[in-house]
Design a protein around this ligand. Structure first.
Ligand code: PLP
Length: 487
C-alpha cells in the first residue's frame, strides 16, 4: 500500500450508512405529512422561543453532528415556528400555502438536482411543458416565450429588462443612448417590486411615474394620458406602462383594454403585473373582465401564490420571443451548444433570464397540475373569491365592523368601529386587534392604510380556508375590539 498517496482516504458527502438515512427519510416523510394533516388544530403562529433562537445562533460546526441530531434540532428549533401561511386561517400579505404532493415534488426535484441553465435532459422538457401550460392558462400565443423564475419580483424585473433592452442600442450603449429620461407609468397602487426593478435597471425611481387612482383604486386613465404627453413634451422617452391585475392593497384591476389601446397608439410596452390576480383568468366569471390581458407584451405572475405551489416559483411570459432572447442571450465559448450529446438541446434557459444556474422549480408545478387538473384550480380560485364576498357580506351585517375598500376580487379591507371614537384612536385600536389576532394564534390577516385609515387586510389565496374560518375571524375581531374598548 502506498501511504504517500494523498487520495488514499477519499470521501464523499453521500451517507456511509444508506440504511440509516433511508429509515430517517421515511420517518421525515411521515412526520411532515402528519404535521400538515394536524396543522389546522394548531395556532396559526407562535413566537420563536428564546431556546430556539439560541439553538439557531451556534458557531460553525467543525465536527459532524450527524443526521439524527441535525433532524432533532430541526424538530425542536425550526418546525414549531412555521410561518403560518400553511394554516387555514392565514390571509397575510399575499401568500400561498403549498400542498403535500408539492412537498414530495420538491424532494424529487432535489434528488435529481439538475441545473437547467443548459443541456439536453428531462428537466428542461418538463420546464418547457410547464411554460406551455402557463401560456395556455394566460391565453398567450404558442409563439410567445417564457421562463420560470423565483417569484413575481424576478418576473417583473425580467419583463422590464426585456422592455428596456428592446430599445435600439440599449445593450451596447446603455441608457445614455436615449433622449431624456426613459419613463415608465403605473398606478400609485403598484407593488414595490416594480419600483425596485426600475431602480435596479438604473432608470431611477423618478422615471417611474405613479399615476393617481380612482375610487376603485384603478389607474386614472386621463391622468395617465396627460403624463405621457407631458413627458414627451419635456423631451423624455416614455417606453413602458405597467398595468395591475390585482393590486396588493385591494385587489384592484386596472382597465386593461384601455391600457392596451393607449399603448398601441403610443407605441409603448404594456407589462402586466398579475402576481396573484392574473390567475383569476382561470375562472369563468373573471375571464371577460381580464380580456386583453393576453395581448400585453409581457406578463408576470406567481405560481407560489394563487396556484398554491411551494415557494419559490413565478412565471414571466413575453409575447415577442425574439425580443426576449435578444435581451439576455450571451454565449461565451463554454456555453456554446453542441449538435449532439448533453450539450445539445432546446434554447438554453440561461439565454432567457438574468440568472444562469436554474433549479428544477418546474417539477412541483408539473406534478401538481397533473395531480389535480386545472379545473380544480379554477374552482378553488373561485372559492377564494366567493369567500372574500362571504366575508364582505358578514362585515356589512355587523354594526361593529366596516368595509374600508371595494372587494373586486379576493382581498377584503375592513376595520372595527365604534360610535364616537375618532380616526386616530380607531387606527390604534385596529392595529392592536391585529397584533392580538397574531399573538393569540387565531388568524393572520395583515394591514394596509387607505386614505389614512388603518385597515385589517385579508388576502385570500389559501386553498385550506373554509367559511367557518372567516366566521372565527369576524367573531374574534369583534370580541377583541370590544375587550380593548373596555380597557
Ligand atoms: C407578491 C407580489 C409581487 C412580488 O412577487 P414575489 O413572488 O413576492 O416576488 C409583485 N406584485 C404583486 C401585485 C404581488 O402581489
Amino acid at each position: 500500500m502506498n501511504h504517500d498517496d494523498p487520495l488514499r482516504n477519499e470521501e464523499s458527502l453521500d451517507p456511509d450508512d444508506w440504511q440509516s438515512l433511508r429509515q430517517l427519510g421515511h420517518q421525515m416523510v411521515d412526520d411532515m405529512l402528519n404535521f400538515l394533516q394536524r396543522l389546522p388544530n394548531e395556532p396559526v403562529w407562535r413566537k420563536v422561543s428564546q431556546e430556539a433562537r439560541d439553538g439557531l445562533s451556534q458557531a460553525l460546526p467543525a465536527e459532524a453532528e450527524g443526521i439524527q441530531k441535525s433532524y432533532g434540532d430541526f424538530l425542536k428549533f425550526v418546525l414549531p415556528y412555521y410561518k403560518g401561511n400553511i394554516h387555514p386561517r392565514f390571509w397575510g400579505w399575499v401568500e400561498g400555502g403549498g400542498t403535500p404532493f408539492g412537498m414530495l415534488g420538491e424532494m424529487l426535484a432535489a434528488a435529481m438536482n439538475p441545473n437547467l441553465a443548459i443541456g439536453d435532459h428531462g428537466a428542461v422538457y418538463v420546464e418547457k411543458q410547464v411554460i406551455e401550460w402557463c401560456k395556455q392558462m394566460m391565453g398567450f400565443p404558442p409563439t410567445s416565450s417564457g421562463i420560470l423564475v423565483s417569484g413575481g419580483s424576478m418576473a417583473n424585473l425580467t419583463a422590464l429588462t426585456v422592455a428596456r433592452n428592446s430599445i435600439m442600442d440599449m445593450r451596447k450603449k446603455g441608457v445614455r443612448s436615449v433622449r431624456g429620461m426613459l419613463t415608465l407609468y403605473c398606478s400609485a397602487e403598484t407593488h414595490s417590486s416594480i419600483q425596485k426593478s426600475v431602480e435596479t435597471l438604473g432608470l431611477g425611481s423618478e422615471a417611474l411615474r405613479k399615476i393617481p387612482v380612482n375610487s376603485r383604486y384603478e389607474i386614472d386613465m386621463p391622468k395617465l394620458v396627460s403624463a405621457i404627453a407631458q413627458d414627451r413634451e419635456a423631451g423624455h422617452t416614455p417606453f413602458c406602462v405597467i398595468g395591475n391585475v390585482g393590486t396588493v392593497n385591494t385587489g384592484a384591476i386596472d382597465p386593461i383594454q384601455d391600457l392596451l389601446e393607449l399603448c398601441r397608439k403610443e407605441k409603448l410596452w404594456l407589462h402586466i403585473d398579475g402576481a396573484f390576480g392574473a390567475l383569476a383568468v382561470l375562472t369563468d366569471e373573471y375571464k371577460p373582465a381580464l380580456k386583453g390581458m393576453n395581448e400585453a407584451d409581457s406578463i408576470a405572475f406567481d405560481l407560489h401564490k394563487w396556484m398554491y405551489m411551494q415557494y419559490g416559483v413565478g412565471c414571466v411570459l413575453i409575447r415577442n420571443a425574439e425580443l426576449h432572447r435578444s435581451a439576455f442571450s450571451i454565449t461565451p465559448e463554454y456555453l456554446t451548444k453542441h449538435s449532439r450529446g448533453l450539450g445539445a438541446g432546446p434554447e438554453a434557459f440561461g439565454n432567457l433570464g438574468i440568472e444562469l444556474s436554474h433549479g428544477f422549480r418546474g417539477l412541483k408545478v408539473w406534478l401538481s397540475i397533473k395531480e389535480h387538473g386545472i379545473d380544480k384550480y379554477r374552482r378553488i380560485i373561485m372559492q377564494n373569491i366567493l369567500q372574500a364576498r362571504y366575508l364582505a357580506e358578514k362585515i356589512k351585517n355587523e354594526a361593529r365592523l366596516e368595509l374600508v375598500a371595494p372587494v373586486p376580487m379576493n382581498l377584503v379591507c375592513f376595520r372595527f368601529v365604534s360610535n364616537g371614537v375618532g380616526l386616530e384612536r380607531l387606527n390604534e385600536l385596529n392595529k392592536e386587534i391585529l397584533m392580538e389576532l397574531h399573538e393569540r394564534g387565531i388568524a393572520v390577516p395583515t394591514y394596509t392604510t387607505l386614505n389614512g385609515v388603518y385597515a385589517i387586510r385579508v388576502a385570500i389565496t389559501n386553498h385550506r380556508s373554509q367559511k367557518k374560518d372567516f366566521d372565527v375571524l369576524v367573531r374574534e375581531v369583534i370580541g377583541i375590539g370590544e375587550e380593548l374598548l373596555k380597557n
